[in-house]
Design a protein around this ligand. Structure first.
Ligand SMILES: O=P(O)(O)OC[C@H]1O[C@](O)(CO)[C@@H](O)[C@@H]1O
Length: 942
């Protein structure tokens, strides 16, 4: 007789510890049922890892699934695994029916990532049950301290549960208690206890492997020889004794009388790991009535071939078993310690299998979606960076950091309130669900024939829309887009000149609603439109984007704005571009908002909690940024982007600087610094190169190739299509928060921004009262240029006869690793940008220091945070100017020029307060002044 069939006759059910598609498709599973009396199937994360990641049996199914739509990694896994589980369950269904639910089950394990979370395990088991939708499904729940209460809850809800990772008799007793109590709960709630099937999977071979190792360490050959390979079966025998004891007596009999089935012991981990042992050892020694043995195919084949089935082997020599365990204790080997460790290791091993499996699926998804995504390559630059980067990836994998990130675990960062600021993680799906609102708004804009749209906002409320408008350009048949984020009167006038006031839509955008600039811009343009259209009609041309309950919402209602769109309060300004703050302007520009969101969703999945760090687009980038800065002092993130997507740099500057530049550390992002050969850079750089397919600038490509050759770390991002810009938004948001964790700060606050605002508003209040700003004395004056410095900076600079002398002294304060920031409070136009860029380039090329350029007050809502709160390595040169034609702010005695002056002064005061090296150059006439400044800089650097 087939020895496998003998097991059946001896009361033991044979289950298969294995699954893969071909086993079912080729009819092998059916053959096992028919020929060998197979009565069940068990799977686990390692089994699926082997099946899906290590064979090509799933390639077509995966491709087919992805062709229909893009899916997350876990959705792909579940699609593939559930299909196998269902198919196997269907093959075993007759067994299930014939044995009245005693056998015929297929087991599917809850995610090992949830093994230490009772509630999550319960939710997951219920979800799996519903999704697989087969009565003969058994959900596997681990016998961890968190798993045991879940078992009771799930049995209490009538689920079939296979308790896995069970090693010790003591824990087994708790499992039986959970099972029996669960049945009692179910009975009490009038559930059908006759239908509940459960097994307790007692792992065997792993115990011998662990105990044998300890025996070998004892160094006593005789003891080792005597006890090798005995612990596991001895332990199982005692478990079986308990099984019989626990499933007897009045408490159990009451349930049994009502039709409950015992929770059988299932021997798992029954393949022999030590080749010196007989390959059927964990079958032969464990034959017993009312038990299950789940075996991998090789063990089944071995037992079929030469197995010996001894009746009730499990019940033989129980006293010998006790003696074995006592001997182990005597020699200092604690079975409790061994089994405790095995549970922890078991969870870890299954998690690692899932990591591997999800990594493999992520690679497949990636390969199948070429063209739909922007690609990232991290070039570490030098061996130490490479190994530090790889080590950190492993730290993130091992500790499940990305899952904790997505779960909103604030302890990943500083434990402040980071969990309250993660609304951006799933905003894309929410916005897609409500995209009709935006499409309706776009139709309204189009139908009203606006010639222009002007966005009034600062930082996170304006930089994203600016990227979209600069990247996509004006859409045919749609209004021209402008953005105002400056109090410079010339800048405001320039916008006013460029638009037709009566045919322009104004979007007032402020999350808080209380930011000074958008409010005074609104006051100004509302009045101007009122002049053209009549006061009561002006509101028709205004739209507000703000968080619910803000003062802007109130104003917008009072003034009769055409629309009010709401932001999500759990999303901070700089993370808000994929919410209404980016999407409302995008819709008004005539962009296909749905398409933008759909491409972004693709990246959301690629950065998901289910994508292991080594495959996770955002995590990889964040780790590279964080490690480069913290381990190698490479915190100057130099952004080089193809001309058509170059404006991303400005958005990235805010994201990186405001998020990480605080408490004396962080990243200093530098956009738009013209590239040069490697000898012009210090070793404080990390480069991010964003190349737009087919539109790359040769000079940038050459520069990046040379930088790579020179051993600088570079994140190379290959953007295949401008629509992928939405993906970059999401990727960099994740990367920034990841880098923030490594840097050790809260990436969602901006503690130093407020300081300048407070100083500026104190100055404007002074002005309201006295109609003048407090007097200041320059330290130097020459050719229409005046220099201002506080006493400390002035003393450090010394006295000089020329502007160049002062500048030489100022730049002379720089050390390796410092940077220079030019901060002009002047109109931001092409000419001025070119002039200032030429100056920073000259400084960089002469000193090899990193340089940044920030127009005020725009940068105050962006890089300003890092200048004040980040590392004290900046040397600041503020540039202010007279404003020949100023504009009054309605309702106030101050003008925009006064506000700008107050902002510049307030900002300089804070820099000084923070012990920064800072100096202001004030020019009477901007154009002449910039020429003079450039000349002086040249001279200073000679
Ligand atoms: O959208 P709001 O609330 O007007 O803020 C604008 C910007 O100002 C800041 O708060 C900095 O001042 C940024 O973080 C923000 O993006």
């Amino acid at each position: 007789m087939n020895p496998l069939k003998q097991l059946e006759a001896l009361g033991q059910s044979l289950w298969l510890d294995y699954i893969k598609r071909s086993l079912i498709d080729k009819g092998e599973l059916r053959t096992l049922v028919e020929r060998d009396g197979l009565k069940g199937v068990t799977s686990n994360p390692s089994i699926f890892e082997k099946a899906i990641a290590e064979t090509n049996e799933y390639t077509d199914a995966l491709k087919h699934f992805q062709v229909q739509a893009d899916h997350s990694i876990s959705a792909i896994y579940e699609h593939l695994a559930f299909a196998d589980i269902r198919a196997a369950a269907d093959v075993l269904r007759p067994v299930y029916d014939n044995t009245h639910g005693r056998d015929g089950y297929v087991s599917l394990e809850c995610s090992p990532y949830l093994a230490n979370d009772t509630e999550a395990t319960v939710r997951e088991a219920l979800r799996l049950c519903t999704a697989v939708d087969r009565p003969n499904l058994m959900v596997k729940v681990p016998a961890t301290p968190a798993g045991i209460p879940a078992i009771r809850q799930l049995i209490g809800r009538g689920l079939n549960i296979n308790i896995t990772l069970l090693f010790s008799v003591n824990v087994y007793e708790q499992v039986v208690e959970a099972y029996i109590s669960g049945l009692e709960d179910l009975k009490k709630s009038d559930g059908d206890i006759t239908k509940v099937g459960s097994v307790a999977s007692f792992f065997v071979s792993r115990i011998d492997t662990a105990v044998d190792k300890q025996l070998d360490k004892l160094g006593d050959k005789e003891v080792a020889d005597e006890l090798h390979g005995k612990a596991a079966i001895a332990n199982a025998k005692l478990a079986y004794v308990q099984y019989k004891a626990l499933f007897s007596g009045p408490r159990w009999e009451r349930l049994a009388a009502a039709g409950a089935k015992t929770q059988r012991l299932l021997w798992a981990s029954t393949s022999t790991k030590n080749p010196a042992y007989k390959d059927t050892m964990y079958v032969e020694g464990l034959v017993g009535r009312d038990t299950v043995n789940t075996m991998p195919p090789a063990t089944i084949d071995a037992f079929r071939d030469h197995g010996q089935a001894t009746p009730d082997a499990i019940e033989q020599d129980v006293s010998g078993a006790r003696a074995v365990l006592a001997a182990l204790e005597k020699h200092g080997i604690s079975l409790k310690d061994v089994t405790d460790e095995l549970v922890t290791d078991g969870v870890q091993l299954f998690a690692e299998a899932f990591d591997k499996l999800f990594g493999a699926i992520a690679r497949n998804r990636h390969a199948l979606t070429d063209g739909k995504r922007a690609d990232l390559e991290i070039v570490p630059g030098f061996p130490e960076m490479k190994s530090a980067y790889e080590n950190e990836l492993e730290v993130w994998r091992k500790n499940g950091f990305i899952r904790r990130f997505w779960a909103g675990d604030k302890s990943l960062w500083t434990g402040a309130d980071e969990d309250k600021w993660l609304g951006w993680l799933d905003i894309v799906g929410h916005e897609l669900a409500g995209v009709g609102l935006l499409q309706g708004f776009a139709a309204d804009v189009k139908q009203r024939d606006f010639t222009d749209v002007v966005l009034l906002g600062m930082g996170g409320s304006s930089l994203g829309p600016e990227v979209l408008s600069e990247t996509f350009g004006q859409q045919t048949g749609w209004p021209h887009f402008h953005m105002l984020d400056s109090t410079d009167p010339a800048q405001i006038k320039a916008i006013e000149r460029a638009i037709d006031l009566g045919k322009t839509l104004f979007i007032v955008s402020s999350k808080s609603g209380s930011t000074l600039e958008p409010n005074i811009f609104m006051d100004y343009f509302f009045e101007r439109v009122g002049v053209v259209r009549g006061k009561h009609k002006a509101g028709d041309q205004f739209v507000a984007v703000t968080d619910p309950g803000s003062s802007l919402e109130r104003r917008a209602k009072q003034l009769g704005f055409a629309h009010i769109f709401y932001g999500v309060p759990s999303i901070g300004g700089r993370y808000s571009v994929l919410s209404k703050f980016g999407l409302v302007p995008a819709a008004a520009m005539g962009l296909d908002v749905k398409r933008l969101l759909e491409t972004a969703l693709f990246m959301e999945r690629a950065c998901g909690s289910d994508v292991p760090p080594s495959e996770n687009s955002g995590v990889k980038l964040g780790i590279a940024l964080g490690i480069a800065a913290t381990s190698f002092g490479r915190n100057k993130v130099t952004i080089i982007a193809s001309p058509e997507i170059a404006d991303l740099g400005a958005w990235l500057e805010q994201l990186l600087a405001e998020s990480t530049g605080k408490h004396g550390c962080g990243l200093i992002p530098l956009a738009d610094e013209p590239p040069n050969t490697p000898d012009h850079y210090g070793s404080d750089r990390f480069f991010a190169y964003l190349e737009l397919d087919g539109r790359a600038a040769q000079s940038q490509q050459d520069a990046v190739a040379a930088l790579e050759k020179a051993g600088h770390p570079i994140a190379k991002i290959h953007v295949k299509d401008i629509w992928h810009i939405g993906q970059e938004f999401f990727r960099w948001e994740i990367a920034t928060a990841v880098a923030g964790k490594i840097i050790g700060i809260d990436p969602f606050d901006q503690p130093d921004v407020e300081a300048s605002k407070v100083k500026s508003s104190a100055l404007t209040e002074v002005y309201e009262k006295s109609h003048s700003l407090p007097k200041e004395e320059p330290v130097f004056r020459e050719n229409g240029v005046a220099l201002y410095a506080d006493p400390r900076n002035a003393a450090e600079l010394g006295r000089h006869n020329t502007l160049a002398g002062y500048l030489k002294s100022h730049f002379g304060r720089m050390k390796a690793g410092d940077y220079v920031a030019l901060l002009p409070y002047i109109q931001r136009d092409e000419i001025h940008t070119r002039a200032m860029t030429a100056m920073r380039t000259r400084i960089r090329d002469k000193t090899h220091a990193a340089t940044s350029l920030g127009f005020g007050p725009r940068f105050q809502h962006s890089t300003g945070q890092a200048y004040k709160g980040g590392p004290n390595s900046g040397v600041f040169l503020q540039v202010t100017c007279d404003d020949p034609s100023d504009i009054d702010v309605p309702g106030h005695s101050y003008s925009f020029g006064i506000v700008k002056a107050a902002q510049a002064r307030g900002d300089l005061d804070v820099l000084v307060e923070r012990n920064r090296r800072a100096l202001r150059v004030h020019v009477k006439d901007v154009d002449a002044g910039l020429v003079e400044l450039a000349r002086a800089i040249d001279e200073a650097l000679e």
